[in-house]
Design a protein around this ligand. Structure first.
Ligand code: SF4
Length: 308
């Protein structure tokens, strides 16, 4: 298995919200000992979850699986107020690893609903982040998943309507959905700054540059990682064959037949070492990087784990 040129997209791999969430679990384990329970996958990556499991993290789907009084970490995708209430009722010691950029969307949902608006939440049904945001004002929020739903959604009062988006959507597809909503609801109001986060936007921009030059695109990430799946779709919309791989072991030799240049990137929840392993497996003569942005954002840790 060999390809002459590998083009690396940059930025790629871990974002500030993912690094913070993983560090929170690591610190909780160091400070409180094992087990530390984590509600849902801390971030959507099979390798990250497996690694933390070996170190004492116990991942659960529901708080009912956590013994009363135990420590539980909320994942980077955020939770609804109902989950916070349940945690308090079960007397759990909560450490919140919700990405601050998801917390921002929750605050907007509360603010928009409080002024009496119907909130149109653009996002994917069933995604944990969407479920958490919907839970802020369930009776006033309507999920809009695509352009077709944007064309048909109805609201009680078209003069009082706002929108929010999931943080990990495709920038181009979301712009189409919002254009439809704006044309149907001229009074539509939105957040002061985009909800699609800097990391999602940057990874899509760098991948677009790489896909333009590549014969094949490989995206390192897990199938439940929204921003990773969006990267694959973006490359395919650019007309290039693209595959989502959890690690180098998923690369199929037939994908590389006749391929000279392989574009490689990784979703925001995929560890950088997996990218290194993919590049090593491809065995290229040349590795080039296409950097379209630099990232220096860091988020502070929650007080519960801030001491070293
Ligand atoms: S992808 Fe964006 S919203 Fe999600 S954890 Fe990273 S920075 Fe936060």
């Amino acid at each position: 298995m060999r390809s002459p040129v590998v083009l690396l997209a940059a930025p790629r791999s871990f974002c500030a919200g993912v690094e913070r969430a993983i560090e929170i679990v690591e610190r909780a384990l160091a400070q409180r000992g094992r087990p530390v329970y984590v509600r849902k996958q801390i971030v959507h990556n099979a390798h990250v979850v497996a690694d933390l499991e070996t170190r004492g993290a116990v991942f659960v789907d529901e708080l009912a699986e956590v013994p009363p009084g135990a420590t539980v970490v909320f994942s980077a995708h955020g939770v609804s107020p109902a989950v916070r209430t349940e945690a308090a009722e079960r007397n759990l010691s909560v450490i919140d690893a919700t990405c601050p950029l998801v917390t921002k969307v929750h605050a907007e949902a509360r603010r928009f609903a409080a002024r009496g608006d119907t909130v149109l939440l653009v996002g994917h049904a069933g995604h944990e982040e969407v479920e958490g945001t919907l839970g802020e004002a369930p009776s006033q929020t309507i999920l809009v998943a695509d352009v077709a739903q944007a064309r048909t959604v109805t609201v009680p009062d078209p003069s009082r309507v706002s929108y929010l988006t999931q943080t990990t959507l495709a920038v181009d597809e979301t712009a189409e959905i919002l254009a439809v909503l704006r044309s149907r609801f001229p009074a539509l109001r939105g957040p002061a700054s985009d909800d699609i986060c800097y990391a999602t936007t940057n990874r899509q921009e760098s991948l677009s540059t790489v896909a333009a030059e590549a014969d094949l695109v490989l995206v390192v990430g897990s199938t439940n990682s929204s921003n990773s799946v969006r990267l694959v779709e973006l490359a395919r919309r650019a007309g290039k064959p693209a595959y989502l791989i959890d690690d180098a072991g998923d690369i199929r030799p037939e994908w590389l037949e006749g391929v000279r240049t392989v574009g490689v990137t990784a979703g925001a929840s995929a560890p950088p070492r997996l990218v290194d392993e993919v590049v090593a497996a491809l065995g290229p003569d040349t590795v080039l990087e296409r950097e379209t942005a630099t990232e220096s954002i860091r988020f502070t840790l929650p007080p519960a784990v801030r001491r070293p």
